[in-house]
Design a binder for this molecule. Structure first.
Ligand SMILES: Cc1ncc(COP(=O)(O)O)c(C=O)c1O
Length: 427
């Protein structure tokens, strides 16, 4: 059986009802034998799934498949390799609810997706509105562009409670704004940006485009990009979809796509480009003006990396076969369980926006010194990470269970965390 069939068969055995732990353990855990062996060997409880997701056994076999094609077929491998690229685009399109798979453009990072959009805007120095809570990579790109005079960026800060308010972003969007950059889920706090629809409506009223960073929402929230109505979305696979680093994407709405040929001067056109964006790459025909392929293919670049499509395949297949809605419900149950176990042991957690449904897939424990807290947790056998509050302080330790964490393990994790961080027990 090929890896995809193995995954689909396992998911079929789980059944179509809500996910439950006995079925997950019986049918899905065997897909992760290598990771589970590591768990047993190290006795570490891995709760950094929001940072680097855990791979299926199939992932290394999938990469091996790409290599084997090369050895066996030499240049004949290009056919299946490019089919796998298109399968990757289709999987991401399904994941994020984008009807047109060609509107998904593989990228090696989210930052690369942002740069492609910035560079595609018609004006030399676009006016950008962003939140102060964007991930460092995105924030740094914007600052680098501003420093070079290639963008003017206005940052919307969070409130004292570390919460970003969509209406503050709406107020900042004014005639002349060309691009709005917002995260669906804020990386440092897990806040799901409620009211993002109002941001998009306002931006469109004045002719601006909206790019949504979906790194912490794609594969987490059962949402559709087409319904959301943003113009561009960026994300990647190394967290929730278990696809390792380098397998990222930029998805574009129809508003960013054009017909084949030379683009209109006042419309968006990708200059992060290469011969795979040409109308007929294999015709080797040159023209004075760049003649692009139609639609999302015009945003492709040069000879593509191939392995990323294979490395991300198993994780995406599993996510799609299970369904993001079922995974989200399961994780919310795990988070509630872990939160209660922590509270029972005197460890406070923090919800930025009131309810667990208004959060991404991890919980927060405030800590004065995040790096110190996570180092001590690691020593106690809990793998986590921490990010500084966008309000300045404190830090937030982030804990994210996944399918491989059982309730027994979460109880044990709470015990270990309490030994390190609870107000009453910490030294
Ligand atoms: C919200 C968000 N955006 C983007 C990234 C990654 O950005 P890049 O792919 O540019 O390194 C992360 C990584 O943690 C993130 O949390």
């Amino acid at each position: 059986m090929c890896t995809i069939e193995t995954i689909r068969a396992a998911v079929e055995r789980v059944g179509s009802a809500a996910l439950n732990e006995p079925a997950v353990v019986e049918h899905l855990h065997p897909l992760f034998s290598r990771v589970l062996k590591r768990d047993a060997r190290t006795n570490e409880i891995y709760l950094a799934n929001h940072s680097l997701g855990r791979p299926l056994d199939a992932s290394s076999q999938d990469v091996q498949e790409a290599m084997d094609l090369w050895y066996a077929d030499m240049d004949g491998a290009w056919g299946p390799w490019l089919d796998e690229r298109d399968a990757y685009r289709a999987r991401i399109a399904r994941l994020i609810g984008r009807a047109d798979p060609k509107a998904v453009v593989p990228k090696s990072s989210a930052a690369q997706g942002l740069r492609a959009v910035l560079n595609a805007l018609p004006s030399e120095c676009p006016r950008v509105v962003a939140t102060g809570g964007e991930f460092d990579s995105i924030d740094f790109v914007l600052r680098a562009y501003a420093h070079r005079g290639k963008a003017r960026v206005s940052y919307v800060p969070c409130g004292q409670n570390a919460r970003f308010d969509a209406d503050e972003i709406v107020k900042r969007i004014e005639p002349g704004t060309e691009l709005v950059v917002v995260s669906r889920v804020i990386f440092s706090t897990g806040q799901l940006l409620g009211g993002i629809e109002r941001v998009i409506v306002r931006a469109h009223q004045i002719g601006a485009r909206v790019l949504v960073d979906a790194y912490h929402s794609a594969g987490v929230l059962p949402e559709s990009m087409d319904d959301l109505g943003c113009d561009a979305m960026i994300g990647g696979n190394y967290k929730y979809t278990r696809g390792m680093a380098g397998a990222c994407w930029l998805a574009l709405a129809d508003s960013m796509l054009g017909p084949a040929g030379v683009p209109e001067p006042d419309g968006p056109a990708s200059v992060d480009t290469g011969w795979f964006a040409k109308a007929e790459p294999f015709a080797y025909r040159r023209s004075d003006l760049p003649e692009y392929a139609a639609g999302g293919d015009a945003w492709l670049e040069a000879t593509p990396p191939i392995l990323t499509y294979y490395q991300a395949r198993a994780g995406l297949e599993l996510t799609l076969a299970l369904g993001v809605d079922r995974l989200r419900a399961y994780t919310l149950g795990q988070l509630a369980f872990l939160r209660e176990a922590l509270h029972d042991r005197g460890v406070p957690t923090r919800l930025i926006d009131g309810s667990p449904e208004a959060h991404g897939n991890y919980l927060l424990i405030p800590a004065d010194d995040g790096p110190d807290a996570t180092a001590r947790l690691k020593q106690a056998g809990v793998n986590s990470d921490a990010r500084p509050s966008p309000a300045g302080s404190p830090w937030f330790v982030r804990l994210c269970p996944d399918l491989l964490n059982t309730q027994d393990q979460l109880l044990e994790a709470a015990e270990r965390v309490a030994g390190v961080l609870s107000a009453s027990r910490a030294g």
